[in-house]
Design a protein around this ligand. Structure first.
Ligand code: ADP
Ligand code: MG
Length: 692
């Protein structure tokens, strides 16, 4: 559809925000609302109140510091009441080209009175220039009502959005309501079209507080609906997967004997329980789709190895997918040793291997001469084929997008899939992310583990950390010193790590062997560094966060995290899990600069708790779901109006309703309509594939 006022330039800016079709625009919610229904004249303003006025700019000037951006920007306003109001903006240098005499402006802010001069002012008021020449002009849209404020997209301002949406809503036919009528009636929801209209242009009687809390009837309905379809989709997907034909692995006494033969230690009760759940899935004639959760160090890899033996003994191949080269190498070393005992061949396949090596492994894999392939996303490449893939293990799933997971699965004829994650996932997120998976939890650590002691130290006392490191290393232990990767820039972290490596190896600990590990090292180099640390030749390993997951060196007892204020809590908990894997007491030292109260609280969470679930909940609260999973590769379905954190109770409600609806649809027709709707919208909305 052609929308007046959207030329190529604006279309581009909108697209950068993910708004490419009209439907996207309809579901682009205002992030707040402003009450301009009660616009006052300046003369009517009372000191202390929050108010909106519409006035003309009379004067504008920048004063104060020479550095322009630090100056104080002041603009004088007046209106028909002839009274005057001063707007003040510190660091307002950028406003000189924005607010100019002659413009009509809506100002919203707290009214202040200078008791000395008697002058009325607003400090940093919200403002909107009303006299734009670009034809967004309909003043009735922007004042005299509760107005929506959409987050700007480039030069597409809140005001432009208002104009666009108004025109679009005028031009469109009402869209039919896909939500089952029974639910709409029972919940007393407005129909879809009213909800969309009221989302952007609340009716006169709307309650501003509810709007800004995202709980107006229109918002509630739209949030519910988004969760409802997501949950329906996940359920149907799960049903379908469960009904599909998969491999029914045979699990007899001989297979059990082989598993025992492989095991280096006695599994914990939790590991046994979880293996039983997995084995049951594998024996069934339908594909397994199971999520294995467990805190770091709980022994997930061992359980995965047991599951692998079931597949291998049934003449199938196994693929193990890891998010980083280090972790892939680590799994490879660990698993190769276990499977060697049984006569199975394991290979490592990563992106940084030479083309020749890769080609050779791929050939062996396709011919079935290699039994287990461990690797990074190199394993997902089109030309990687298996002779008979029976089990796919995906480690640290949240780092892989959903699509990647699917691509992997397609490599076998419905292989069983075991997804492992060491990041404890808060329940609400788990429901959303993994609603299509069955879940197993290892809730017990292997015996003999002592809780790790965690300390917070500020940079100015780093010497204490060094002498502590010295004592531990002299006692025969090993240590990690880790640097954060900031904003996905491995380069910066690598430089910091290189510097620290030089400092520690040359100045602080010239007598110790200090190793260096970062993401830019070639794969074989990484493997060498890891192997040397594993063998105890390297005593201190300086590293970027590449070691975050899965590295397993029981003799390492100290984890020093530099610039700990820059890490997420869940991530630090992961890092901490690299120590405390043997019988000796282990320590985690969090080094930070000076912190404010919020920063101290974050660090305190970690110092006081060893419980991954508690820490994950805190992390999620403090940073939001996007950050929590790392935005880009999160695999988190993109929500348009709903917010998983803010709207947890609506999510629960929608989940119950979706389950009830699918279990007892009011009619065949209603169910068919719903699945049709999902099929039409699912792919684009959530980036997932076929349902129903
Ligand atoms: P996770 O992957 O859950 O973080 P791992 O599988 O890497 O944990 O196991 C952590 C460490 O505990 C490894 O050194 C592993 O060999 C060891 N381990 C696993 N299970 C047991 C067990 N039942 N008894 C003793 N040690 C175990
Ligand atoms: Mg692991």
């Amino acid at each position: 559809m052609y929308v007046k006022g959207v030329g190529p330039a604006r279309a581009k800016m909108l697209e950068a925000k993910g708004l490419s079709v009209v439907e996207d625009l309809l579901y682009y919610p205002p992030f707040r609302y402003e009450d301009r229904s009660n616009v006052k004249t300046i003369a009517q303003l009372a000191p202390g109140e929050m108010a909106t006025v519409i006035a003309e700019v009379r004067s504008a000037r920048l004063s104060g510091l020479r550095r322009k951006n630090l100056g104080l920007f002041e603009a004088g306003f007046s209106d028909a009441s002839r009274a005057t109001l001063l707007g003040k903006w510190f660091h307002g240098g950028y406003l000189t080209s924005v607010i100019e005499p002659g413009q009509r402006v809506a100002l919203y802010g707290k009214v202040e009175l200078d008791s000395y001069t008697g002058e009325l002012s607003m400090l940093h008021p919200e403002f909107e220039i009303l006299s734009a020449e670009d034809g967004e002009g309909d003043a009735a849209l922007h004042t005299g009502r509760i107005v929506p404020v959409h987050e700007a997209a480039g030069k597409v301002t809140a005001r432009v959005f208002r104009g666009l949406l108004h025109r679009v809503l005028e031009a469109l036919e009402p869209v039919p309501d896909p939500l089952p009528g029974d639910i709409v009636r029972r919940m007393k929801f407005p129909d879809l079209w009213s909800a969309i209209r009221h989302l952007h242009f609340p009716p006169p009687e709307a309650d501003l507080r509810l709007l800004n809390a995202f709980r107006s009837p229109a918002q509630t309905r739209l949030i519910f609906e988004e969760f409802f379809w997501l949950q329906c989709g996940l359920s149907l997907k799960r049903q379908r997967a469960r009904g599909a034909a998969g491999i029914a692995f045979e699990l007899n006494g001989r297979v059990r004997e082989r598993i025992k033969q492989m095991l280096p230690f006695k599994p914990t009760a939790a590991q046994k329980r979880v293996l039983a759940e997995i084995a049951r899935d594998m024996a069934s004639p339908h594909p397994m789709n199971r999520l294995l959760q467990g805190d770091v160090g709980s022994g997930k890899t061992l359980v995965a190895a047991e599951a692998a033996v079931i597949a291998l003994e049934n003449h199938c191949q196994v693929a193990v997918l890891a998010p980083t080269e280090i972790l892939a190498a680590q799994h490879y070393l660990y698993l190769r040793k276990l499977f060697e005992k049984l006569g199975y061949v394991t290979v490592l396949l990563t992106g940084s291997m030479t083309a020749r090596e890769k080609a050779q492994f791929k050939k062996l894999l396709a011919e079935g001469l290699v039994h287990v392939a461990v690797g990074t996303h190199a394993l997902l490449e089109e030309d990687v084929g298996f002779k008979r893939l029976g089990l796919a293990v995906v480690d640290e799933q949240h780092r892989f997008g959903v699509m990647q997971r699917l691509r992997f699965i397609r490599k076998g004829v419905q292989p069983d899939v075991l997804v492992m994650t060491a990041t404890p996932i808060p329940r609400t997120l788990a429901l959303t992310l993994y609603g299509d998976l069955d879940t197993s939890v290892i809730d017990e650590l292997p015996p003999g583990r002592k809780p790790i002691i965690t300390r917070h130290v500020t940079e100015d006392r780093i010497e204490q950390v060094y002498s502590f490191l010295q004592r531990e290393v002299q006692a025969g232990r090993q240590a990690y010193v880790v640097y954060p990767v900031i904003e996905e820039s491995e380069t910066q972290a690598m430089k910091a790590a290189q510097q620290m490596h030089r400092h520690l190896s040359e100045t602080v600990f010239p007598g110790f062997r200090v190793g260096l590990l970062h993401g830019r090292l070639p794969a074989d180099e990484k493997e060498k560094v890891m192997e040397s640390f594993k063998q105890g030749e390297t005593q201190i390993l300086v590293s970027t966060t590449v070691i975050e997951v899965g590295v397993d060196v029981p003799n390492a007892t100290v984890m020093v995290i530099e610039q700990a204020e820059r890490f997420g809590l869940a991530q630090m908990h992961q890092l901490r899990g690299r120590v405390g894997r043997g019988a000796a007491q282990s320590y985690c030292v969090l080094v930070t600069g000076k912190l404010n109260e919020a920063g101290r609280e974050r660090i305190r969470t970690l110092v006081e708790s060893n419980d991954g679930f508690h820490i994950a909940e805190m992390d999620l609260k403090l940073r939001g779901p996007g950050e929590f999973f790392g935005t880009r590769q999160s695999g988190l379905p993109a929500m348009r109006i709903a917010n998983i954190l803010r709207d947890q109770e609506i999510l629960e409600l929608a989940r119950r309703e979706a389950a009830a609806f699918l279990a007892h649809p009011p009619s065949e027709e209603a169910l068919r309509q719903a699945t049709d709707y999902l099929r039409g919208h699912w792919q684009r909305r959530y980036g997932l594939v076929t349902v129903g």
